[in-house]
Design a protein around this ligand. Structure first.
Ligand SMILES: Cc1cc2nc3c(=O)[nH]c(=O)nc-3n(C[C@H](O)[C@H](O)[C@H](O)COP(=O)(O)O)c2cc1C
Length: 219
């Protein structure tokens, strides 16, 4: 395991809690993987466009029939996929935006879900092709979202599984806007969860969301 891809989506730049937690994970991972490399893709700074009809048509066109403009569009998607393919570990920093994930992450997913490249349909159903990787989803949010109300972790987990990334852990830092105390406690629980995950990639304790209050474990 020598490449970690850190995907950030916060609007808050260096002040982002989710990005800070993801960077913390990456730094601790790097300490345990000397010679490893960390790549950062910041989808807030460099957003991927929405998947328009024009862009989807470019993906669907036969490679030899693509126009110059379509080849450029597909090239952007190919580069994002190549980055994912090269990663052994993918860390996603995902703040809650209006009860879900940032729209930039949706647009990114729309550009890396490519039939025949990252997944394919078989007689037995869809098969993800990005196998052999693990992912850590680091979620931050202002309020508390108990199981059933969490539209972040299950969604990201489902998408990753669809493209073949099934070894997924989640760290949830929540209650960050409720009070100063809940913010401190939420972040501290998340930091502890990160330390546990980095130290024990086998994760004997649990594959559920770590870092949540007990009543809000949601993965
Ligand atoms: C546009 C926007 C929408 C948000 N929507 C929600 C929400 O629906 N529920 C919630 O609990 N927090 C919401 N928040 C608060 C963030 O999830 C919270 O501040 C989180 O810690 C931000 O992480 P970050 O510092 O990495 O950006 C929202 C924040 C922003 C900027």
């Amino acid at each position: 395991m020598n490449t970690l891809l850190k995907i950030q989506t916060s609007l808050s730049g260096d002040a982002s809690e989710s990005s800070r937690l993801a960077t913390r994970y990456a730094e601790q991972w790097l300490a345990r993987h000397p010679g490893g490399r960390v790549l950062t893709r910041d989808l807030a700074r460099d957003p991927v466009p929405h998947l328009t009809a024009e862009r989807f048509a470019a993906f669907a066109a036969a490679p030899e029939e693509r126009t110059v403009a379509q080849r450029a569009i597909v090239g952007e998607s190919d580069a994002l996929i190549a980055e994912l393919q090269a990663a052994d570990v993918v860390v996603l920093a995902v703040p809650m935006h209006n009860f879900s994930v940032p729209s930039t992450l949706r647009a990114y997913f729309d550009h890396v879900a490519r039939a025949g490249i990252t997944f394919r349909y078989t007689a037995a159903g869809p098969e993800g092709l990005l196998t052999g990787k693990r992912a850590v989803v680091i979620v931050t949010r202002g309020g508390y979202y108990p199981e059933g109300a969490d539209l972040q972790v299950p969604y990201v987990r489902q998408f990753l599984g669809f493209v073949g990334i099934t070894d997924v852990d989640a760290v949830v830092a929540e209650g960050l806007a409720i009070s100063a105390e809940s913010r401190v406690a939420g972040l501290e629980r998340a930091r502890q969860a990160i330390a546990t995950l980095v130290a024990d990639p086998g994760r004997t304790p649990s594959r559920q969301a770590a870092g949540s209050t007990p009543e809000s474990v949601a993965a």
